[in-house]
Design a protein around this ligand. Structure first.
Ligand code: FMN
Length: 179
C-alpha cells in the first residue's frame, strides 16, 4: 500500500475524466483513494461525481463529519486536479470557508506531497492574482504540474482535455513520498 491519497476535484472540465483517467491508475499504483469535491463541482458535473463514487466504491466527500457522520483520516498525499482559478486563489490565500478549502488548508503545512494541476483559460491566466497564487503555492512546496503555461482559449470548445497531466500528477506525489 502506497498510502492514503486525497484527490480533490473542482468545477472545471477535466473533472469529467477523473473516474477514467486518474482513479484506476492511482488504485493500480496502490493508493487508497478518497475523493473530495467542491460543491460547485458536484453541481456542474453530477455524472462525473457519480462515476467517481462508482470507481472508488465510497462517497465523494463535500462536507464535514458533522454532516456525514465520520471524519476522513489525514492523507499521505494530495492531488488537486483539475484546479479552478477560484480554488487556486482561495487556497493560496489561506481561505477555509468550505470543506474542500478547509481540508487543503489543513494539509498544506504537513510536509506531505501535494500536486496541483490548474485548468484555466487564457483570461483567467492573464490575471496577475493567478500568477501570484501559483507562486505562493510553489513557495510552500506544492508541485504545480502544468502551471500557468498551458491555459486554453475561453469558451471551452477547444479545451485540451486529452493533454491533462494525470500521470505526471501521480508521478509527482510518488516521487515526493519516496524522497
Ligand atoms: C461548465 C463550466 C465549466 C467551467 N470550467 C472552468 C475551468 O475550466 N476552469 C476554471 O477555473 N473555472 C471554470 N468554471 C468556473 C468555475 O466553475 C467557477 O469559478 C466556480 O466558482 C469554481 O468553484 P470551485 O473552485 O469551488 O469548484 C467553469 C464553470 C462552468 C459552469
Amino acid at each position: 500500500m502506497t498510502g492514503l491519497l486525497y484527490t480533490v476535484v473542482t468545477a472545471a472540465g477535466p473533472t469529467s475524466r477523473v473516474a477514467t483517467a486518474l482513479l484506476p491508475t492511482a488504485m493500480d499504483r496502490g493508493w487508497d483513494v478518497h475523493c473530495l469535491a467542491t460543491r460547485r463541482a458536484v453541481e456542474v458535473y453530477p455524472e462525473a461525481i457519480a462515476a467517481i463514487e462508482e470507481v472508488l466504491g465510497r462517497p465523494v466527500r463535500t462536507d464535514f463529519h458533522t454532516t456525514v457522520g465520520y471524519s476522513l483520516p489525514d492523507p499521505d498525499a494530495v492531488i488537486v486536479a483539475p484546479a479552478t482559478y477560484n480554488t487556486i486563489n482561495k487556497w493560496a490565500a489561506g481561505i477555509a470557508d468550505t470543506y474542500v478549502l478547509t481540508r487543503l488548508a489543513e494539509q498544506t503545512g504537513r510536509a506531505i506531497p501535494i500536486a496541483v494541476a490548474p485548468y484555466v483559460n487564457t483570461n483567467f491566466a492573464a490575471n496577475p492574482v493567478y500568477r501570484r497564487s501559483l507562486d505562493a503555492l510553489q513557495e510552500v512546496g506544492i508541485d504545480v504540474v502544468n502551471g500557468p503555461l498551458e491555459p486554453h482559449a475561453p469558451g471551452g470548445g477547444s479545451a485540451p482535455l486529452d493533454a491533462f497531466p494525470w500521470e505526471a500528477l501521480l508521478d509527482s506525489v510518488a516521487a515526493n513520498r519516496a524522497a
